[in-house]
Ligand binder design. Structure first.
Ligand SMILES: [Zn+2]
Length: 388
């Protein structure tokens, strides 16, 4: 039984005790098979796979732990994996459980696994997860001297069966990798079809990224995971500065990157980069099937920051003008969005280059709190009326 240590003889232990034989209702993760370009696992009876036709893929116990640990915690069953896990993950998994179990308010579960040194050691390649968004462009560009591979995944934010958006995003990722002189690793995975990994994706996506990274241990020995929040506003989340490094194994090191920069600072950094101007992708709503719909909150927020830097017209994956009237009357929905607006406003005030945009953002900040109170009150009234 493994909760964070191993006995150094290849068998996992808990608190220095020898592992008892696994018994009872185990949460099992087992290798189903490997074929060129595809590894398939059975996770508690559900088949999931990671495919990347152009590169060698590795089946590993480290990937199995990444696939099974959170679902095992959620179901309260001991995790059992059939492949050996690397000593480093064996050390990290106990700490990982301390963090995850605290966030989810669940007790840790025993982990039944043997430990084994990865046969090939650690390869020299350095990867970076690359969706084409602000965070991934920021990491890919500032680490460009070190990074050798960009890793583009279909099946995470882009549904595995969305062929249109998947093809568009992949083409942009290929062109961006070409422009940067990096290899693009194109991965497709159906692991979100497994309900326990898909549900609460905000908590499980870090483990899913780790499972993909470990599957690529024949290609990259270190993988950057671009941060979506700063150290100041990091909160329990699938990819987090505390947990990402704890998913590391002896064959693949996972590094949380970019939590030292705000989104406004990252966009300021990208504003000077032609490759980002041609290929940036931020939209999750894709209204009317558009790559960046240029209408949703995330598109609008990014367009505001690009315009504040005077480069919106160069960023060709956005279309149309920013609607300042609509912007003035919109309400930042969360504190992070309000902080983003304040930071952008400060940037505008420092240059004085766009008084119209400055004015629209000031209106938004002035009216936002009042609108939120009105919205909350009317929701409460509606709720009371519908309960009667
Ligand atoms: Zn959009």
């Amino acid at each position: 039984m493994l909760t964070g240590t191993n006995d150094g003889a290849g068998h996992a232990t808990a608190g220095g005790a020898s592992s008892p034989e696994p018994s009872g209702d185990l949460f099992r993760v087992e290798l189903l098979g490997t074929t060129p370009g595809r590894v398939a696992y059975r996770v508690d009876g559900h088949e999931v796979s990671v495919a990347a036709p152009a590169v060698p893929l590795t089946a590993s116990g480290d990937a199995e732990v990444a696939l099974g640990l959170l679902p095992a915690l959620k179901t309260g069953r001991p995790l059992s994996v059939d492949l050996g896990i690397s000593p480093r993950l064996g050390q990290g998994v106990g700490r990982l459980q301390e963090v995850l179990a605290t966030w989810l308010d669940l007790p840790p579960v025993p982990v039944h696994a043997d430990t084994a040194e990865p046969p090939g050691g650690r390869v020299a390649g350095v990867g970076c997860f690359f969706s084409g968004g602000v965070d991934s462009f920021h990491s890919a560009l500032r680490r460009r001297d070190e990074i050798t591979h960009l890793i583009f995944v279909r099946g995470f934010d882009i549904p595995v069966d969305d062929d249109v958006l998947g093809a568009q995003a992949a083409q942009h990722a290929r062109e961006a990798a070409d422009a940067l002189g990096k290899e693009l690793v194109e991965v497709t995975t159906d692991l979100r079809r497994y309900p326990l990994l898909d549900k609460k994706w905000e908590f499980t996506h870090g483990a899913a990224l780790a499972a993909v990274a470990h599957s690529l241990s024949g290609v990259v020995g270190k993988v950057y995971v671009p941060a979506s929040r700063t150290y100041n506003d990091a909160r329990p989340w699938g990819s987090h500065p505390l947990t990402d490094p704890l998913w590391s194994g002896d064959a693949v090191d996972l590094v949380h990157d970019g939590a030292d920069a705000t989104r406004v600072e990252k966009i300021g950094f990208l504003a000077r980069e032609d490759v980002a101007a041609r290929h940036l992708r931020v939209c999750w709503e894709n209204r009317d099937g558009r790559f960046n719909c240029s209408q949703c909150e995330k598109c609008t927020r990014t367009m505001v920051a690009l315009r504040a830097h005077g480069v919106l017209d160069r960023f060709t994956t956005f279309s149309g003008e920013l609607d300042l009237r609509r912007l003035r009357s919109s309400t930042p929905r969360a504190r992070a969005q309000e902080a983003f607006t304040r930071q952008t406003l400060r940037q505008l005030e420092s240059t004085g280059a766009d008084p119209e945009l400055e004015s629209a953002l000031r209106w938004q900040l002035r009216l936002g709190p009042a609108r939120r109170v009105v919205g909350r009150t009317s929701r409460r009234i509606r709720h009371r009326l519908t309960r009667r």
